[in-house]
Each structure stands twice: as structure tokens, then as C-alpha cells.
Ligand binder design. Structure first.
Ligand code: ZN
Length: 634
């Protein structure tokens, strides 16, 4: 390349990037990924669009209506009839100028006229349809062109081979052209990983999707690999305009439209009636009169129609049984037993179930309406009945529509070994209702361990499920709402001896499970971290357990120190001693949680007054961008 051309390229990139910006800050808890196709070759919709639609996803197609039906360097361009398919599948149609004008070589006036002409052409074909976003054809834009284009669209996309994070320019969003790495899937995976770590918005772009792609496209196999890896990363995958809405970008409030998620899930289940497996939703309930009705409504409302729901009332002393019985029907079965604890109630429910798959649901949690349908969609393609499906979960107290979905390292496709290493090494957990477990795995794992009455029974049970599995497939579109109450919930440990004994047993089992998968420096370190972190619960008044823990630590080649306290407790510890400090810490945590709970309940009541009866439309109100204050072990 000549010096003149290089200089021109440099000037182009610099001036386009620096001028006429529409600055916007992106820092996400749950990363975003968008798939876009420039020029809209037919194969991008018929092949690429199908790959996405089969897993319930949609893309953005940047069209130059002047190219309709033509043969372009990126292949055969779409025909008018394709637009119906595009809208029907929930994709976005974006603007790429009418004449596919070079963004740098074309003068600004001609360029803008071509945008207006494209809009008019669209209106003739699909009255009422509008372009909301734009992709610059061929080159980066001239500064003046960029300034003009800004007024026409909510967001404009260029190239740049990177993702968007921090202070970005909505007038020149970066994209990664897949064809440039079509022989190097690893670099694409690395980028998806970085986008996840940084909480960014990664926009992929390409052209045709074909077995014999043009230099501007890629093969269906490659594209599908990218889609799968993107799904496994825990990112939300949305067309550009939907992503701008999630980001609450300027001007996006007005264009917000209801998500099509439920519709697409329903379509998938209707299209394969004979293959539908039966899913058993199993709900153990103890003194849950306040929550159970909502929980049952969310189970009954599952768009996955082939289901049975079994409630086992574990000898509640309140109205739980009566609430459950109001829901009894051909698909909702309610049984009652004398109080025996959650594990026994779960085993009872399991013994009554007939499903090919099991959905566990605690009596105060909620499932998004398409939770099971979303996971069932991937069953066909997952690697057999030994694959374990998981999903994201958001935490809430009363206001489920304010649930926070905070991704962790477990929100991915993982091998059993990697999953357990991350869980134990990083102190993570997966909520019970996130799983969808096959009958085969359930039988291989055996029943719930009734010795773990009162604590971490689910942590231990799903370890055994995991050990029997071929791995975890994470389904980012399936959602669970986890009601956290802390001090009065089953999982609160406090100083109860029964719960502490159960926790200690569960911990020993966990370490055994991990070492059965891998006995390596890595697994020993994870086990030591896990012991050290949980030592707090036994210190200093359970010397029997502490001694035993120390023995295990030595066998692992390590040594346990005194438990860590956060800085605000470590100074008072030196004055009043360990025992007292711990009691104060536990009391304060209880107080803080009950204050949070009362606060949330008040806001929930106010919201209900304002909005009258709020329908349980779990889809619409999920807040992804505000993190919950971390629940740190004190
Ligand atoms: Zn183009």
C-alpha cells in the first residue's frame, strides 16, 4: 500500500472516530451480543437466520433496497418476499443506504439522499416499517456524513474488529467482521470471553452464510459454532435495536416493543408435538402460604404444555396446603405428609413423578413463563440425556420485576470437573430451579440425602447429578427468579447445630466428589479455599469440626488459618474476642436483611397500589444493569 493511501486510511479512521460522536456509557452486568448481516444476501436470512431462530434468537439485517434481487459481491441479495420471513422471525431490518454508497467516497448530500431513498423504498414495500439503526457501507464515514447520519438513526454501526465497552460512540459502534476470522474460531471465542469479562456489547457482522461463502461471508458450521459459544457465554443475544433498548440508549423508550420471546417459544413447541417430553415440576412446600400461589401460577403458566406439577406439603402449620389445593387439576397434584424436612419432601415428589425431565422449584421462587420451553428447545441438539441444562437466575425479595441477574463463572457451558472447581474455588452456587434434569440423570444420582436436613441439601444433590452427567449446558434465555430472605430461609445457617452438622457433612462430600473427578494441585487448592471460606461457621465453638477440617487440609497439602473477617469486624475482634464478634456479625447481618426486606415489601405495596393488580408478566421487567450489593460472607 502506498504512503498516500496509508496516510488517507489513517486520517479517515482518526477523523471518523473523533468527530461528531454520540457518547454513551456501556458497563453491563450481563454482556450483550448482536449478530448483524450487511447487504442482506438471501443466505444470511435463509441459512444464518434459521440457525439463530432455531435457538430462539434474532439478528439485524442491513439492507440496501436498491440491490434487491441482484447478484452482489456478497452473493444473491434478498427479494421482497423475504421481508415477511424476516419480520415474522423477529429480526430487525436496518438501513445500509439505497445504493450501497461508499461512506467515504460519496459526498455527504448524495449519501443522505440515498438514506432517504432507502426509507421511501421500504415504505412502498412494507407500509409503516421503519429503519431505526444503520450500518455504514464499505468504509468509515466522512465526518460531515457522520454528523448528518446521526439525526436519522438511534445507532450506527461501523467496523473496527472489537466490541463496545465503557465510553462508546452510538454514532459509530464497533463491530467484528466474522469472515476475517473464519478459519480461526479461537480468536472469536477469545473476543466473546473478553466481552463477557468486561461487560460489553459485542456486535458481530458478516454477509452471506453458505457452504461456499464469498470472501465476505462464512459457512453455516462456523456461524453455528460462534452462536453456540456466544450463547454459552451468558450474554443476552439481541438485534441491535433491542440491545439499544436494553441499554436505555437515548430515544429508545419510544420504540420499545413487547418481546417476542413467548411467541417464538410457543411456535417451537407447536411444531414438534409428537416429540415433546413430559416435564415434572416438583415443589416441596413448608409454611409457604405467603408465596406458594405466585410460585404455582408461574409453574402453571409455563408455555411448555406437556407438564405435570406436584406439590408436597411437608406438614405445614399454616395455610400452605389449602393454598395448594386451590390449584388442584388434572395437571396439578397436591399431597401432604407429616413434617420430615425438605429432602424427604423432595424424595416424595420425585417418587410420584412420571416426567422425562425434572424441574425442581422451591415454594417461594418463580419461573419465567418460557423457562422450561427455552431449555427444552436445546434438548434436541444437546448431547443426549446425560446433558444437564442450567439457566440464569435473578435475586429478589418482593419486587420480582426488580430481580438482579448477576452472571457468575458458572453461567457457561462447562464440564463436570470445571463446574465443580469453579463452584468450590470461587464460592459460587446455582439456584435449584435453574436446572432441568433428565430422568436418566436423576436415576443415576440417587435420592436426596436426608442426612442433610436443613442445609446445603441441594448443593450436595446437584453435585451428584453433575458427576453422573456429561456436562452442563447453560441456556441463557431461560430465567429463574430466586426469592432471597436470608435470615428466615432454609439456607440461613446462623448457629443452629443441626444446620452446621449438615453443612460440614455436605462439605466433606463436596471435597470427595471433586477429588473423585480430579486429584491435582488445582483441585486441592479449590478444596482448601472452600474449607477456609466456610470455616467461619464453625469457629471457635466447634473444635471437633475445626480439628477434622485441619486434618483434611493437611491431607490436601495445606493449612487452615483463622477465618477471615471483613475489616469492620477485625478491629473489634481484638477487643471482645472471636465468639462475641461472630455473634455481633450474625446479628447485624440478620438486622440488615430484615431491614432490606421490610423496605422492599413497602415499595412492593406502593407499586401494587399504583399499578393495581400487577400481572405476573415476568418477561417484561427484568433489570439487568443494576447489580445487587454482593452478598459477602461476613
Ligand atoms: Zn455492505
Amino acid at each position: 500500500m502506498s504512503f498516500r493511501l496509508r496516510l488517507k486510511g489513517y486520517y479517515q479512521r482518526k477523523s471518523a472516530r473523533l468527530l461528531f460522536r454520540k457518547p454513551f456509557l456501556i458497563r453491563l452486568q450481563q454482556p450483550l451480543i448482536s449478530f448483524t448481516f450487511d447487504d442482506f444476501p438471501r443466505s444470511a436470512l435463509l441459512v444464518g437466520g434459521s440457525i439463530l431462530n432455531n435457538v430462539g434468537l434474532a439478528a439485524t439485517y442491513y439492507a440496501s433496497l436498491g440491490l434487491i434481487g441482484k447478484e452482489a459481491p456478497s452473493g444473491q441479495i434478498f427479494v421482497a418476499d423475504d421481508l415477511a420471513t424476516l419480520f415474522d422471525q423477529g429480526h430487525e431490518l436496518g438501513c445500509h443506504t439505497f445504493a450501497h454508497c461508499d461512506s467515504w467516497e460519496t459526498d455527504t448530500e448524495t449519501f443522505e439522499n440515498s438514506i432517504i431513498e432507502n426509507r421511501a423504498a421500504l415504505n412502498r414495500l412494507v407500509p409503516g416499517a421503519e429503519f431505526k439503526t444503520f450500518s455504514y457501507p464499505i468504509s468509515l464515514p466522512r465526518p460531515r456524513t457522520k454528523a448528518k447520519v446521526a439525526s436519522h438513526f438511534l445507532g450506527c454501526r461501523a467496523g473496527g474488529q472489537t466490541f463496545n465497552v465503557g465510553k462508546v460512540d452510538l454514532n459509530q459502534l464497533s463491530a467484528y467482521f466474522l469472515e476475517q476470522s473464519r478459519n480461526d474460531i479461537q480468536s472469536v471465542k477469545n473476543l466473546i470471553d473478553r466481552n463477557r469479562q468486561d461487560g460489553g456489547w459485542l456486535i458481530f457482522a458478516t454477509h452471506d452464510i453458505s457452504d461456499h461463502p464469498t470472501p465476505f461471508g462464512c459457512t453455516p458450521e462456523f456461524f453455528e459454532q460462534v452462536v453456540r459459544y456466544a450463547m454459552g457465554s451468558g450474554a443476552r443475544i439481541l438485534p441491535v435495536i433491542r440491545a439499544l433498548e436494553v441499554l436505555d440508549a437515548p430515544g429508545c423508550r419510544q420504540v420499545r416493543t413487547p418481546p417476542r420471546i413467548v411467541a417464538s417459544a410457543a411456535r417451537v413447541s407447536v411444531s414438534q408435538p409428537s416429540l415433546k417430553p413430559l416435564v415434572s415440576i416438583l415443589i416441596p412446600a413448608y409454611n409457604a402460604q405467603e408465596w406458594l400461589a405466585d410460585t404455582l401460577r408461574s409453574a402453571v403458566a409455563q408455555t411448555w404444555e406437556h407438564k405435570e406439577i406436584i406439590v408436597v406439603d411437608d406438614g405445614s402449620t399454616d395455610q400452605t396446603l389449602a393454598v395448594a389445593q386451590q390449584f388442584e387439576s388434572h395437571s396439578v397434584q397436591v399431597v401432604s405428609q407429616p413434617n420430615q424436612g425438605a429432602t424427604a419432601a423432595r424424595n416424595k415428589a420425585l417418587s410420584l413423578s412420571k416426567g422425562d425431565y425434572i424441574q425442581w422449584l422451591d415454594a417461594d421462587d418463580l419461573l419465567a413463563p418460557d423457562k422450561i420451553a427455552r431449555q427444552a428447545e436445546v434438548l434436541d441438539r444437546s448431547r443426549g440425556k446425560r446433558m444437564l441444562l442450567s439457566s440464569p437466575f435473578g435475586q429478589f425479595m418482593y419486587r420480582w420485576y426488580r430481580a438482579r441477574f448477576v452472571p457468575t463463572a458458572l453461567w457457561s457451558d462447562l464440564s463436570p470437573k470445571e463446574w465443580l472447581l469453579r463452584k468450590m474455588g470461587q464460592n459460587l452456587f446455582m439456584q435449584t430451579a435453574t436446572w432441568l434434569v433428565s430422568r436418566e440423570l436423576t436415576e443415576a444420582a440417587g435420592p436426596w440425602d436426608v442426612r442433610l436436613r436443613g442445609n446445603d441439601d441441594d448443593g450436595e444433590y446437584f453435585c451428584r447429578i453433575l458427576l453422573a452427567s456429561n456436562g452442563v449446558q447453560f441456556v441463557p434465555e431461560a430465567r429463574v427468579y430466586y426469592r432471597v430472605f436470608g435470615y428466615d430461609s432454609l439456607s440461613y445457617i446462623g448457629v443452629s447445630e443441626v444446620k452446621r452438622d449438615a453443612l460440614w457433612l455436605s462439605m466433606q462430600l463436596h471435597i470427595g466428589y471433586l477429588r473423585s473427578l480430579e486429584d491435582s494441585p488445582r483441585s486441592r487448592t479449590a478444596s482448601l479455599d472452600y474449607l477456609q471460606r466456610n470455616l467461619f461457621y464453625f469457629y471457635p465453638d466447634r473444635p471437633d469440626i475445626i480439628r477434622h477440617a485441619q486434618q483434611i487440609a493437611r491431607a490436601l497439602g495445606g493449612e487452615l488459618g483463622p477465618p477471615h473477617l471483613s475489616w469492620d469486624y477485625s478491629c473489634i475482634k481484638s477487643v471482645i474476642g472471636w465468639e462475641m464478634t461472630k455473634r455481633i456479625a450474625l446479628e447485624l447481618r440478620t438486622l440488615r436483611k430484615s431491614a432490606n426486606k421490610a423496605f422492599d415489601k413497602t415499595l412492593f405495596s406502593i407499586d401494587n397500589l399504583i399499578h393495581a393488580a400487577r400481572p405476573l408478566d415476568l418477561e417484561a421487567r427484568v433489570v439487568f444493569t443494576e447489580p445487587l450489593p454482593p452478598v459477602k460472607p461476613i
